[in-house]
Write a protein that binds this ligand. Structure first.
Ligand SMILES: Cc1cc2nc3c(=O)[nH]c(=O)nc-3n(C[C@H](O)[C@H](O)[C@H](O)COP(=O)(O)OP(=O)(O)OC[C@H]3O[C@@H](n4cnc5c(N)ncnc54)[C@H](O)[C@@H]3O)c2cc1C
Length: 543
């Protein structure tokens, strides 16, 4: 039993400070999540409730905070100057990795039961609220599986099979001697990240395998058991940019020469070690066809994008949850903050972004679970649209939630500072904003089935609301002649339409204010500008 802290102090009485939260109710208090799971992954409801309770427990919150505060350390050499190329983490990091992996964060989508990607997305949303750093290696492990299955049945049977095991083994030892592995990704080089064809890493054939030489400017999770990476083959070996799997240990059980140069000193995402690495003749195996590396790794990128679209929705949810907790427990000018009309307007307006974004990413996850060609086509384009927009909204939502808490929102003990640092990240990796928008244009141009699936989805709600119909007509005009300079405008409109169509489909009461503000334009540039007559209190109460 913990003894309450002293409130009678020598100089003053402590009051009007809501207590810190020792436990989070990430499941029971989140009705939109429960509704989305009931539709998309009903079998998983009990397991997700248990996962939410586990990571919302005081022990997990403490592990997460320590993993974020005690940054990972690079151990390049041992005492005698022999190369280790390892990273040492706080035990809290490993504890959070274990919780995520054992819940099936990386594995559930591949176990053959229905609703796997939706259940996975729900885990991404939940874990992002507590410790986003571990989401990076877990997400890459989840996403490596389809790339291996499409590119190399042999590697799928060895590495892929181990990536699908719902367990975590953080020991530094050969991956194929473990029951469960994690797999990272190393694509980005100094001279070009979005344009991977600018890569200069080279692959030299050696028997059935290859040796890689080159530098990778960003490699998160360098303690992964293996990495998917890109390198150029010489012309006499097929030529072209090719995908490889590089294990951290050679088949002979030696450290593969993947040298860690330094850890990035990042704005946030502190629990996750992002590094610069070099291949000094690192042993590797080919994935997919020679010269078809982008095609091979795009399968991984497609899946990491689902998570990069979903994680910011988790950040929005946690930020709003903290702000609402504060506003409900604090008074200003003799009145509870939560009851003040302007605070209701702010929280109610922000709730629309969270509810709409959650509806959107769970819709996209359902498409990942779908088996029809139309589902696949819709997933391909909708995941990019969702990734663009949920990330763009996230930064502003987290900032407004921070301000709603006043000064305490700005200090490290509130999780708002951590969330604020995380907020821009998912927009940058796996396709930065412009690149994502250009990708949407490319998909519209090259994959007519994706454009048709998107149009079919949006047209299903036509005729139900004049504001929706008008926005749809404007977007349809943009779709006819998409131009690079207008790509952000178009993707933003498509994202808002997809959010609105989901809220309308499910009869969510948020649909009306969402249509009035996000689609009909009665919306200011800051939060709290809902049109007169909106029941902001009812919206805020949903947080
Ligand atoms: C914390 C962190 C961890 C990371 N971890 C990994 C990892 O594990 N593995 C990995 O491979 N990479 C990783 N990355 C790298 C990340 O994927 C790249 O930073 C990202 O792809 C962008 O590449 P770049 O930095 O080279 O920027 P650039 O490609 O130079 O892009 C800069 C800007 O230009 C825009 N732009 C690019 N092309 C166009 C165009 N045609 N028209 C208009 N605008 C354009 C982009 O949208 C972006 O805003 C990580 C990055 C961060 C921040």
């Amino acid at each position: 039993m913990s003894i309450a802290p002293r409130t009678h102090l020598a100089t003053h009485e402590v009051f009007n400070q809501p207590l810190p939260r020792e436990r989070l109710d990430l499941w029971g208090a989140d009705a939109p999540l429960r509704a989305a799971v009931a539709e998309a992954a009903p079998e998983d409801a009990a397991a997700l409730a248990a996962f939410a309770a586990e990571i919302g427990s005081p022990e997990a919150l403490d592990d997460a905070e320590r993993a974020q505060r005690v940054k990972p350390e690079l151990a390049i050499f041992d005492r005698g100057g022999r190369r280790l190329d390892e990273v040492r983490f706080h035990p809290g990091y490993h504890a959070m990795m274990t919780r995520g992996a054992e819940a099936g964060y990386a594995a559930r989508a591949w176990d053959g039961r229905p609703g796997g990607h939706a259940a996975h997305a729900a885990m991404v949303y939940l874990l992002s609220q507590v410790e986003p750093g571990v989401c990076c290696p877990l997400t890459m492990t989840y996403a490596a599986v389809p790339a291996l299955e499409a590119g190399s049945p042999a590697l799928a049977a060895t590495w892929g099979a181990r990536a699908k095991v719902a367990a975590y083994d953080g020991r530094s030892m050969p991956g194929l001697d473990k029951a469960a592995v994690t797999i990272g990704m190393a694509m980005t080089e100094k001279q070009g990240g979005s344009d991977v064809r600018a890569n200069t890493t080279r692959a030299v054939p050696e028997g059935e395998a290859f040796r890689l030489w080159g530098h990778k400017w960003f490699c998160s999770a360098p303690m992964s058991d293996a990495f998917l990476t890109l390198a150029y083959l010489p012309e006499d070996a097929g030529g072209g940019l090719t995908c490889f799997l590089v294990p951290r240990w050679t088949p002979e059980g030696e450290r593969n020469p993947i040298q860690l140069q330094r850890l990035k000193d990042k704005l946030g995402n502190h629990a996750n070690a992002s590094s610069e690495i070099e291949y000094h003749g690192a042993w590797a195996q080919i994935v997919g066809e020679p010269g078809r590396g982008v095609n091979a790794i795009i399968e991984m990128v497609h899946h990491t994008r689902l998570d990069a679209a979903t994680a910011p929705v988790g950040f929005m949810r946690r930020a709003l949850d903290e702000a609402a907790w504060w506003a409900r427990g604090r008074t200003a000018f003799q009145r509870r903050l939560a009851d003040q009309p302007l605070m209701e307007a702010v929280l109610g307006d922000l709730a629309l972004d969270w509810i709409g974004s959650l509806a959107l990413v769970m819709r996209v996850a359902r498409a990942f679970d779908g088996t029809s060609a139309q589902d696949r086509a819709f997933a391909r384009i909708a995941v990019a649209i969702a990734k663009y927009w949920t990330n763009k909204r996230c930064v502003g939502v987290v900032y407004e939630a921070m301000e709603a808490m006043g000064g305490v929102g700005y200090v490290e003990e509130a999780p708002l500072a951590m969330l604020y640092r995380e907020a821009p990240l998912n927009s940058i990796w796996e396709g930065s904003g412009n690149v994502i928008c250009l990708d949407v244009l490319r998909t519209l141009g090259r994959a007519p089935e994706a454009a048709q699936a998107l149009t079919a989805e949006l047209s299903a709600r036509r005729g139900e609301d004049a504001r929706y119909d008008a926005a749809l007509a404007a977007a349809a005009a943009g779709l006819e002649k998409p131009s690079e300079g207008q790509a952000r405008w178009l993707v933003e409109r498509l994202a808002l339409l997809l959010q609105a169509s989901e809220l309308m489909r499910t009869g969510d009461p948020a649909a009306e204010p969402f249509l009035a503000t996000r689609l009909a334009g009665d919306w200011g540039r800051t939060a709290g500008t809902l049109p007169e007559g909106t029941d902001a209190g009812a919206l805020a109460a949903r947080i």
